[in-house]
Every structure is written in structure tokens, then in C-alpha cells.
Design a protein around this ligand. Sequence first.
Ligand code: NA7
Length: 538
Amino acid sequence: MSDQQSELEQVAMFDAVIVGAGFAGMYMLHRLRGMGLSVRLFEAGGGVGGTWYWNRYPGARCDVESMQYSYQFSDELQQEWVWSERYAPQPEILRYANHVAARFDLRRDIQFDTRVYSAIFDEANDRWVLEVGDGERVTATYCVMATGCLSSANTPRFAGVDSFQGETYHTGHWPHEGADFSGKRVGIIGTGSSAIQSIPIIARQTAHLYVFQRTPNYTIPAHNVPLDPAYQAAVKADYAGIRARAKQTLPGLDFKFNTESALASSEEERQREFEARWAYGGIPFMGAFGDLLYDQAANDLAAEFVRGKIREIVHDPEVAEMLSPRNVIGCKRLCVDTGYWATYNRPNVTLIDVSDKPIEAITPAGIRARGREYAVDAIVFATGFDAMTGALVRIDIRGTGGQTLKEKWREGPKTYLGLGIAGFPNLFTITGPGSPSVLTNMLPSIEQHVEWVADCIGYLRESGLSRIEARAEAEESWVAHVREVAGGSLRSTCSSWYIGANVPGKPRIFMPYIGGFPAYVQKCNAVAAKGYEGFALA
Ligand code: NA7
């Protein structure tokens, strides 16, 4: 017996470990346990829900309709759960996650309040060794990273940030007890989705709200409403049909997508379609015409329509102009709001443009920008996430030859299908970079990955194999394909978190796979059908 072997026997051994108890980790646990594997899931937070556990800021709400932002692996589950609103608010999604955990008895294999610090591949024993919590070590044949795409908060290091005497918040790590802004002056930095959802609510609570905007964003009204029980019953009666139709669309969402060209349509047809989409609300606005994300002139028409709406809603023409985005609509993820533009008509809201002159400093009393100090009692950082790679490289992950994932990804993430990484055997990433992930409805994408990984592990076990690793050439060609497809879309043309532009120093690579859900699933299925083509098995 080698020293390493005897050492291994002193640590808890599992068939699989999973990192993260969001929707990906929860379902992965359910699947692997159902196959008879011994599994332990580690979660840094105190409960399940992942991003919905942490993002408790006022107005936090899903931008995908509730009836589709839910699991479909259990028909009983989707039939019994009752959503209350068209777009579920964060507390309801968290209740749903807790319901799932209870219904499938997941908690007994989840270790909460336990951060994973390192995952090191032990080549002598073909096992992953993880250091977790307070120095505890565990080992497993398979390691599944279900760490989420938007889970590692991005807080820019503003000069003087530690000197601020008031309260600070980050939208992605909101305190469980909430925040009381009544009578206070608040500064919010950022105008992404989190800010756009929270600004209308915070504005109603504060004495004064200062919004520091670096890039104006497009947002479409949600028209959120309580869910009509008759509508809900109709969806449930045809859930299988809706789910199947959704899987045939690029974003994995069942919605009306118009394939007509905006440029080929008449002005009257265009206005009618844009108005209808504005009235319907939300992300389906981008489905108004088939060429919006592929032709700059078509995109300009949609962008100008939204700018027209801003001018109609916002009374002060200068503020309306400042709020009007000039970049490609849909390049950054389209936001979905309730009363965002109208909030700038309130006398207690001031918009400060920091696009050409960055915020100078945080002072003990407030925020200094454009040569003046804005005195505030609290600062809200709505500055987003180190998306897609942040949560992974934060863990010290080491594969064969001691190579770290951080070093491997120094010039941008490289994966095979967003599922496996060359040099990191038996490590799977759920909705990893290089998969459609954030460009799709996350729940079906998560389910597709979890099922693929579970089938793969099942195949290895049935075949008497215990090791799988992406081949470097397969990874190279997938990375090249991801890049090539991204180049054909207007989506790769702006400074979004999709390309890591929001995090200083992060390599600018378009990270998600833009080829759409159906083509991607077909590829994954073909790889599996060919005995995991592109992977080395042993
Ligand atoms: P986002 O969409 O990344 O938004 C972050 C915002 O913070 C955005 O407006 C940024 O401006 C701004 N930001 C970041 N750094 C700075 C600095 N240094 N100075 C000023 N402003 C800054 O994150 P969210 O949390 O709103 O949304 C993330 C996703 O969650 C969203 O897409 C949905 O899918 C749900 P920038 O645009 O980079 O100029």
C-alpha cells in the first residue's frame, strides 16, 4: 500500500463530490444518488438555491417566465408547484428550491456553510482530493463543479473604498435581514440588470438616490402580473408540448420568434411588431425579427424604437439622452424591468454619467465623480459578477502534472463542450464556458448537462472504466468553433460580461456558446453516441 493510499483511507471517500447547491448541483445530486453512487455536495451558503440564495436585493426577479424557469425532470413536481406571478420574485424561487430539496430529500447529502478551497487530482489513485470547510479533506472519483455562471461577485477596487463611513451592499450578496434605506441618501453604482430591477424600489425608499451610470442599458417592461390560474392550468395541460417546443428554439424558450427580416419589412410592419413586443414585454422583444442580432442596420431599428420609448417616458430630455444606449441592443443581456425609466422622473433621483470620466474615488462621506462629492449614507455596488469563470478559478483546481485551472485559463477559458477540460480528468463543469448556458433558459440547459454527465458516469461504470478526460485536440477545435460562431453575431461586439469586459484584466473572450440549444444538444448527443468521441477513456 502506498503512502498516498493509506493517507486516502483516512479521509471521507465518495464516488462523486458536487460543488454548489444551486439548481445544477441539486439535480446532479438527485441523479447520481438515484444511480446508487455515494455523493457529497458542498455548499458555501447556508441553504440551497445558489444565485437565488445570494441575490436578495430589492426587486430581484427572474427575467424568464416562471412557468418555464423550472425543472421538468419530474412531471409530478412541475404539476404540483404553483407559481404566483408571471416572473417569479427571488423569495418565491428560493421557496421552490427549498421545496425541491425537501421533496427529493436532498439535504442529507449536502454540507452547508462549507466552502471548497481546493480540488487536486491525485494521479496515483485517479481520484480528486478536495479541501473543504475548516481543513476537512474528502476524496472522490468524480468531481462535478456546479458553481454557477453568475456567482462570484465583482466589486471594482475604487480608490478609497475602505474609507467609506456608511453602509455598503453588493446586489449579489444582499444581507438576509434586508436593508433599510428610509430617509437615507443612497448611491448605486452600475446600471445592469440588478440595478435596473432594484433602482425603482430603492428610489421609493430613500431620501435621495444617486445612480452612477457607466453604460446605459436597454430594458423592456416586464408587465409582470399575478399568474391567472386558467393560464397556469392550460400550460400544465400541455407542459410536455411546451418543453419540447422550447428545446427547438435557440434560447431553449417557448416564445414566438419571428423569422422575418426587419430590413425587408415595411416601416408600418416594423412599428406594429415592435409595439406588440413592447406591450408583451421582456426578452421576447429580441424575437421581433430574425436579423436583429445579425445585421447592424436591423439592430439599429430596434434600438431606435427603444430610445423613442425612453424619450416618451422620461420627462427631462437631457436625462433621457443620458439614459439612451447607443450600443447594439441585445448585445449585453437585455434587461427586464418594472418602472425603470419612469423612476428618473422622480425628484429624489439623480443620474450621474461616469462613461467618459470614471468614478474618481469613494470618500469617507460618499462618492466623488465629475469633480464633485455626492454625500451618501449607503452605497450599493450593482457591479455584477466575474461571470462564468470566476467561481471556478477561485478554487485551487489542479489537474494532471499539477497544472492549475487558473493558469490553463490565463488567456481565456478552454473546455470541450463546456463540460470537460483537457488535463482535468473526471472533472465536469455544469453550464461551463463554451456551453450555451447564460444565452439560454438556464433550467433546461442545466438539466441537459446534468443528464449528460449522469449518463456518462453510468456508461463508465457499466463499461468497467473509471477515467474520462477531454482530448486536447477536441478541446482546441471546440474552442475554435465557439469563437467562430460568436464572430458571426453582433453579440460579440460590446463590452459585456459575456466577454469578461466588466472585470479589469480579464481576458476578452466570448465565453458562452452562441450556436443555440438545439445544435448544441445534437453535438453532445452525437459525442455520447460515438462512445464519448473527443474524450480519452480508461
Ligand atoms: P452587470 O450586468 O454586469 O452590470 C454591472 C453594472 O456595473 C454595469 O452597469 C457596469 O457598467 C457597472 N460597473 C462595473 N464596474 C464599474 C465601474 N468600475 N464603474 C462604474 N460602473 C461599473 O451585472 P448585474 O448584476 O446587473 O447583472 C448580471 C446578470 O444577472 C444579468 O445579465 C442577468 O442575467 C442577471 P458597464 O456596463 O460594464 O460599463
